[in-house]
Ligand binder design. Sequence first.
Ligand code: HEM
Ligand code: HEM
Length: 176
Amino acid sequence: MAKRLHYGTTAKLLHWVIVALLAVQYPIGWLMPDIHRGQSPGAAMTFHISFGIVILLLIVLRFIWRLTHPVAPESSLPPWQRLGSEVVHWMLYVLVLATTVSGWLFASFRGWAVSFFYIMPLPMLASDNAAAGKAIDGLHQAAEWSLLVLIGAHIAAALAHLLVFRSRVMQRMLPG
Ligand code: HEM
Ligand code: HEM
């Protein structure tokens, strides 16, 4: 399949909607109260899980879009930057997927009944399992922190291209 030279409107829209959702998701995750054995999840956890499911659906959609609409790296970049950006981009997809799926598994192993934005019950991936829940909790935290570090590197690279290298990389993801 011939690679496009530019991101289209759909790719840009999906990129920025997911950025906005992640900017909401991290603070909810950090601020929401812990839920102890015997307690049922409150509003903050319901919203964390619901936003998380939306992020999961969008990243899957976006990944499929990316595979069917490949975009070539900016041609003016040296080979190491082209390779580096491709590696970071694929890892961003993988880590968003790992964070959302581990979160869903964690909620499932806790045996919670959670709704999707109070609209409908959310199907769970597994049944109550305390030992598996403990293990997957660590995975969700490892995934969420690795994702944050990689996002930091990604934003630093975008800013470096804008301010230091003065290349057109930032413009590629902006409207127009
Ligand atoms: C990319 C999306 C997501 C991000 C960035 C994220 C981030 C976070 C953060 C920052 C925390 C706080 C944990 C800590 O103290 O370090 C957390 C906890 C949690 N998240 Fe997520 N999350 C995401 C998706 C999900 C999804 C999809 C679900 C479930 C369907 C979920 C379920 C949970 C649960 C159950 C906890 C509580 C874990 C605990 O008590 O340690 N998360 N998440
Ligand atoms: C303020 C924050 C952000 C800025 C300024 C930014 C900027 C950019 C830019 C300029 C590109 C195009 C790079 C190129 O053409 O080589 C891009 C691509 C990308 N960004 Fe971001 N980004 C931000 C946040 C995020 C976040 C939070 C994620 C996490 C999922 C993310 C995931 C991606 C991915 C996966 C690509 C590659 C798109 C593809 O080729 O499929 N970005 N970003």
